[in-house]
Design a binder for this molecule. Sequence first.
Ligand code: UFG
Length: 335
Amino acid sequence: MKILVAGGAGYIGSHVIVELYKKGHKAVCVDNLYNSKIKAVKNIEKLIGEKLPFYKIDCCDKKKLETAFKKEKFDAVMMFQGYKAVGESVTKPVAYYRNNIDSALTIIELMDKYNVHNVMFSSSATVYGKNAKSPITEKDKALILNDITNPYGETKAMIEKILTDKAHADKRFNVVLLRYFNPVGAHDSGLLGEDPNGLPNNLMPYVAKVATGKLPYLKVYGNDYKTKDGTGVRDYIHVVDLALGHVAALKCYKKKKENVHIYNLGTGKGTSVLELVKAYEKASGKKVKYKIVARRAGDVDRLYCKPAKANKELGWYAKRDLYNMCLTSYNFENK
Ligand code: UFG
């Protein structure tokens, strides 16, 4: 298939493009490079061994994005574009709603105009809301939008709803919603990984900076949760496994019976902050200093999924373990 990958120079999109090429698909990368670098495109090219069609375009810019739709004939679109920092979304809600919803609507309108009907959306476990009980299945759902604790998460839920409504109104549309748990790690080559601008918000990129001596210590947000060691438990998934989940989900486009497909992408295993720190020390051979501090607002004690539906229907399993997630993260950070 020939796939428009919106946000293809970013952390997850870049890994997905590499796995698409490995399976014989072609991608066209569209990215405004707001939160990514052109170097990622060059590194993808090194890994796929050919030139990657690339458009430096903001997906909210309909006129420019239309040039890509006009020139290329897409079989499907994968949507990774959008702002993604949970904390920032609380302080800049309007920017998050404008950018994330506007870019999604623009893409959907152009898909309509150019008869592209297959779409995959990079969603998040955050759509289950703060009251969901782990292990979470696809049947769980946030009862009200306010169950979702931040505007970033609300844009994910809203875009899921927009795509679902479109699919119900237009049976030619085939929508795949992939709800990620906590993507971490990097490509084995060390060429692709998570490279956030400024201080990392998420645990593993922060640990990576501590292990490599760029930051003095990790703040562990609370050790009084009802978990095995009191620290928060999450379902960390290797970004390459996550990317392979997207490739596996392409088979949904062949199914004619239903046209909205929802899958959790996670390992189903919960790991605490301190377990992750230990695993990182083992993989890197470096000490990760930490201090226990107060809880972070909005955090829940545990969040992990049941990936049984993706296992059964897509034949997809997350195979890479925590050690490998830490090792690839460390190697990328060191490069
Ligand atoms: N944590 C720390 N110190 C840090 C950063 C995180 O102790 O410096 C802890 C958190 O309290 C939490 C765990 O590490 O217990 C994981 O936190 P992350 O920030 O890495 O990830 P979250 O689970 O908070 O959020 C992630 C993504 C969101 C997504 C959400 C949905 O960042 O985009 O998962 O599951 F919405």
